[in-house]
Design a protein around this ligand. Sequence first.
Ligand code: PMP
Length: 401
Amino acid sequence: MKRDDLPPATGWTLARRAERMNPSVIRDLLKVTERPGIISFGGGLPSPRTFPVAAFAEACERVLRDDGPGALQYASSEGYGPLREAIAARLPWKVDPSQVLVTTGSQQGLDLVAKVMIDTGSRVLVETPTYLGALQAFAPMEPEAVGVASDGEGIDVADVARQRGDARFLYVLPNFQNPTGRTMSETRRQALVHVARATALPIVEDNPYGDLWFDAPPPAPLTARNPEGSIYLGSFSKVLAPGLRLGYIVAPAAVAPKLLQAKQAADLHSPSFNQRLVVEVLRDGFLDRHVPTIRALYKAQRDAMLAALQREMQDLDVRWNAPDGGMFLWVRLPAGMDAMALLPKAVERNVAYVPGSAFYAGEADHRTLRLSFVTASQEQIATGIAALATTIRENLPVRPC
Ligand code: PMP
């Protein structure tokens, strides 16, 4: 038999953890919404209008001219020294550059934390709802992910204490959370740090959106208040460009060496070239000039969406929040409606969103959905929200008289 005539191999046995790897509901849904003509509030993409392309073009030239071979060579797993220094200098508490581990996006930070902190059956506390990508990163390690009660001010601290058990850590997004857009109040932060300290509960704080505030900066990070008890994840995706795939972890000495070893095994190091580019772009306080332009754009976008929701849905029993920063807002449909079931009908009317049920570790609230206000134009926001209102109106459950 010629080699090509062999029957296909049939002996693949996948690891148990592979069964835990589910396709991202969001990615699947969004495929439908890539159809031309659809106004999508579904994607979690930053606005490409904020990408500093010219600054990167110049930086590319400088990096290649000044140390091309270095930029194209393998490098240390910890990250490029000057980038680690720049990251440490920007953080609002005292961080030594040696504590900074550069990661391939903060998504890799979540993956490394999962590998280092979770055994099969380990209890892990998360907000309700929480970032789907974190649930995905944790899932292969087979944790028992427990959703802690949360409201518009963030996580319910009394419930953290109740659910603490033998949890390995609490994963929390205090600023402009994905998916809800909510921000944890100062009072809650103080109370949470108190409970975390009192019960020795490690906190994994994810903060990719913290710089994108609209009117006032959010309260100080949890890690700043309790650095020995927290792992902090940051990212350049929302303030520069997600395609760089650059983020970072700041971890206490008790876990940092293991995160570094996990990083070595995962990808040796994050791209040397990109790390140098970011150092070049950040020179002379670039972010201090650039980030305010993102804030201004996103604030105008949020206002456009809030105005459209108010205009189109005030007569409906629909609730939404007004986030103080970030990219998302959170909507709750009238009683008896299901955002997942409604989505195909919305897509027929050329508008899309992400059903909230994807973001829950435990029982989901099927009435919820996430809207991104940053990628659609303000005109599209007006049209899309009107279409969504029509879809809701047409599908209101019939109430018994
Ligand atoms: N954490 C949260 C809460 C996010 O929303 C995202 C991006 N959607 C990430 C982490 C991952 O971001 P990146 O890997 O691009 O830094």
